[in-house]
Design a protein around this ligand. Structure first.
Ligand SMILES: Cc1cc2nc3c(=O)[nH]c(=O)nc-3n(C[C@H](O)[C@H](O)[C@H](O)COP(=O)(O)OP(=O)(O)OC[C@H]3O[C@@H](n4cnc5c(N)ncnc54)[C@H](O)[C@@H]3O)c2cc1C
Length: 295
């Protein structure tokens, strides 16, 4: 039996395992994940495209929602998107009126688009948020915090809507593991850290785990997540509005592993070394890899 091995037990790993088990019922699927390297543990926002995947793998939203801290999500709200205090602009999911309403043989949006712009010209105080209200009937539901997840309850037409989910991505992965993958006899879950991937002419020969085990497979799929380091731009750039120290701290808080300070001023550098933390082990390892590579 063909064996496909996935490395990584984050959301990518468990969604890949679920897809393969569903689409290839006659293949052996193995997932190996390290118990020492944690998954990223953030990321909870989805868009409606996820429903196409759920349909593909036969998962109903009622199955996972109670176990993953899920709520329905009908739009993405951009607060003060246009300018400060301009209100919230919603990007509503689902079709807009102009996508499905016809006026005789003419698409209604050709008229409505002009209408909205005329309204804005004649009444400049019209907030930009009005655009979404105008074109998306689902805004009526969004504004009232209401939803009919079962579309058959809804007489489609004007109130047509589409949803995504806000959930705990780690719990979602664990739910897929326990409910979907571990219950399938073609699935094997292995805890172990891949230390080496020796190659031959066909690609990866096997995975060497930290406990010495060797895992062979016909196909390997890498779902080990983001492994690089993030480096800031020069923190002295004029485009940055804060001072030297503040820019450095903000870059680190935003997730950068390294910050660039490029003017060569030793006094500034010594100021910075007093406030920024020591380089962490991960960044140390990554940068030493680079020095090794450069020789
Ligand atoms: C602040 C922030 C907010 C985000 N918000 C969103 C959002 O709202 N919506 C969204 O869709 N995405 C969001 N993302 C992105 C999303 O979190 C990630 O893309 C996603 O979680 C990555 O999942 P992953 O499975 O690829 O990797 P990870 O979750 O990092 O999992 C990696 C897995 O690989 C394993 N592993 C690593 N190395 C080895 C090894 N050598 N041997 C064995 N196993 C190994 C680890 O143990 C782990 O199980 C956000 C990201 C961040 C940083």
């Amino acid at each position: 039996m063909i064996n496909i091995t996935i490395v990584g037990g984050g959301s990518a790993g468990w969604m890949t395992a679920t897809t393969l088990l569903n689409q290839f019922p006659n293949k052996k699927i193995t997932l190996v994940e390290s118990s020492n390297i944690s998954n990223i543990g953030v990321g909870e926002s989805t868009v409606p495209g996820i429903n196409r995947w759920l349909k593909l793998v036969d998962i109903d939203f009622l199955d996972f929602m109670p176990h993953t801290d899920s709520v329905f999500k009908l739009s993405i709200a951009f607060k003060d998107w246009y300018r400060k205090n301009s209100g919230t602009f919603h990007y509503p999911f689902g079709p807009s009126r102009h996508q499905y309403v016809k006026f005789g043989t003419k698409e209604l949006h050709e008229i409505e688009l002009t209408d909205w712009h005329l309204k804005k010209i004649f009444y400049p105080e019209t907030p930009v948020s009005d655009y979404a209200e105008w074109f998306y009937p689902s805004m009526a539901l969004i504004n009232q915090n209401k939803y009919f997840p079962n579309q058959s309850d809804l007489d489609r037409g004007e109130l047509d809507s589409e949803h995504a989910y806000q959930f705990d991505a780690t719990k979602f992965g664990m739910w897929l593991r326990d409910t979907y993958c571990n219950t399938n006899s073609n699935f094997t879950h292995i805890l172990g850290e891949v230390e080496e991937t020796p190659l031959n002419d066909n690609g990866i020969k096997y995975l060497l785990l930290d406990d010495g085990r060797r895992l062979e497979a016909d196909l390997f799929i890498d779902c080990t997540g983001f492994k690089g380091i993030l480096i800031s731009d020069d923190i002295l750039m004029k485009a940055l509005r804060y001072g030297l120290k503040n820019n450095a701290i903000r870059a680190l808080d935003a997730g950068c592993n390294l910050i660039l300070h490029c003017n060569g001023n030793i006094r500034e550098m010594s100021k910075l070394t007093k406030i920024i933390p020591k380089i962490d082990k991960f960044t140390q390892k990554k940068t030493s890899d680079l020095y090794k590579f450069l020789g």
